[in-house]
Design a protein around this ligand. Structure first.
Ligand SMILES: Cc1ncc(COP(=O)(O)O)c(C=O)c1O
Length: 390
């Protein structure tokens, strides 16, 4: 039995015409064209942000947020152990200290309350929650925890345009929010990213920072601060404006399918799904995630399940390994910690990292019959993995 995954990204002649219009205009640079500006305005409306800056990619969105003052070099930044490497690399490249914390066993998001400062650890000044797979972090709880400790909040919403927490979009909360528009994401531009702000001062500083340290419009080479080039190209802005038109209808399609798929997968014995939170929220449905939870389930069994589904054409992968299992973590780690100490600190991340898998949102855009077939494929693959043992 095969699964025919639908193509992603979705596009038609509208994207072709928009890109051609940029090319013909000769204005390929955001400081001359209109598309990136138009995208920033419309994306701000979607995400409840007073200000948005479009950037080159999600990794640099996180780097820009840190540069804009969320944390200084040598200061600690709390981040979840289960996330894509860029959450960590932005901290490392900034010279700040990654303080990796465990995830919640059910939501797979940063466990709350936040871990207390270690007496011999770095002074912690910021926290980077990640809405893992599009599952909303309880931003009310996190923000009040962060506020009580004076921590800056940088949300990694690479998986998350469209998330709402108790009716509020992510950019309505304290701090800044970073997005990715990489090819596989919910709003794809090939590459691309954005930072959303509601604080005017941080936004103004970031305008300088994203433009090699000088104000957009300056033509006298008046570089004011040390920075780099984070600017989004006009071609990306044009693609993203078209993709924004598709965003809400596709999010509605995904939400409908996700409810069905989550319910059906949850009925399979031996699987435990990443849980949708109990509080009032909207999930972005970037990934449908589950882990093997039968006695004796391990990384070998999970890998065999993933490989078997991939052979059938299912867009599925292992979940990210915990950050401290990456060689790159140990190039700039939290000083004084050992691998064993981090494993003990983050038991849920270790368990989910070994046994979890993620289905890409393309499965939610497939016809209903294909989703029924997908449930059958997962059931069959799991049965055969369990039969074979480890
Ligand atoms: C959670 C998370 N943060 C950050 C990024 C980085 O985004 P980009 O690939 O656009 O640099 C990704 C990309 O996959 C991600 O999944």
């Amino acid at each position: 039995m095969r699964f025919d995954a639908v193509a992603w990204p979705r596009f038609d002649e509208r994207e072709v015409a928009a890109v051609a219009a940029v090319v013909r205009s000769g204005k390929w640079w955001r400081n001359e064209g209109q598309w990136v500006g138009r995208f920033e305005e419309r994306f701000g409306e979607l995400e409840g942000a007073a200000h948005v800056i479009g950037v080159t990619n999600g990794t640099q969105a996180l780097e820009l947020a840190l540069l804009a003052g969320a944390a200084g070099p040598g200061e600690g930044v709390i981040l979840p152990a289960l996330t894509f490497y860029s959450t960590l690399s932005s901290v490392q490249r900034h010279g700040a200290v990654p303080v990796v914390a465990d995830v919640d066993a059910e939501s797979w998001n940063l466990a709350l309350p936040l871990p207390p400062d270690r007496a011999d650890g770095p002074p912690v000044t910021a926290v980077m929650p990640v809405h893992f797979g599009g599952m909303p972090v309880d931003m009310d709880r996190l923000a009040s925890d962060a506020r009580a400790r004076g921590l800056a909040v940088v949300q990694d919403a690479a998986h998350g345009p469209g998330i709402k927490v108790r009716g509020r979009a992510l950019a309505a909360f304290d701090g800044v929010v970073c997005y990715s528009f990489q090819h596989a994401k919910l709003l794809p531009g090939g590459e691309g990213g954005a930072v959303a702000f509601h604080d005017e001062e941080t936004f103004r500083r970031s305008l300088l920072l994203q433009n090699c340290g000088r104000m957009p419009g300056d033509n006298r080479y008046l570089h004011e601060v040390v920075s780099s080039n984070f600017r989004m190209p006009e071609l990306t802005g044009a693609l993203l404006c078209c993709q924004l038109d598709r965003f809400r209808p596709l999010a509605g399609e995904r939400a409908k399918s996700a409810q069905f798929l989550r319910e059906r997968l949850a009925e399979i014995e031996g699987l435990t799904l990443q849980r949708v939170p109990d509080f009032d929220c909207e999930v972005s449905n970037y990934l449908i995630q589950a882990r093997l939870s039968y006695p004796g389930a391990d990384a070998n069994a999970r890998d065999r399940l993933v490989q078997s589904l991939q052979r059938c054409g299912v867009p599925v992968n292992r979940v990210y390994p915990p950050l401290f299992e990456l060689e790159a973590y140990w190039r700039a780690p939290e000083p004084g910690v050992s691998p064993e100490e981090l494993r003990q600190r983050c038991p849920n991340a270790v368990e989910i990292g070994a046994t979890g898998f993620s289905l890409h949102h393309r499965v939610l855009l497939s016809p209903f019959d294909d989703q029924v077939r997908l449930v059958g494929l997962v059931e069959e693959a799991l049965r055969s993995v369990r039969r074979a043992g480890t």
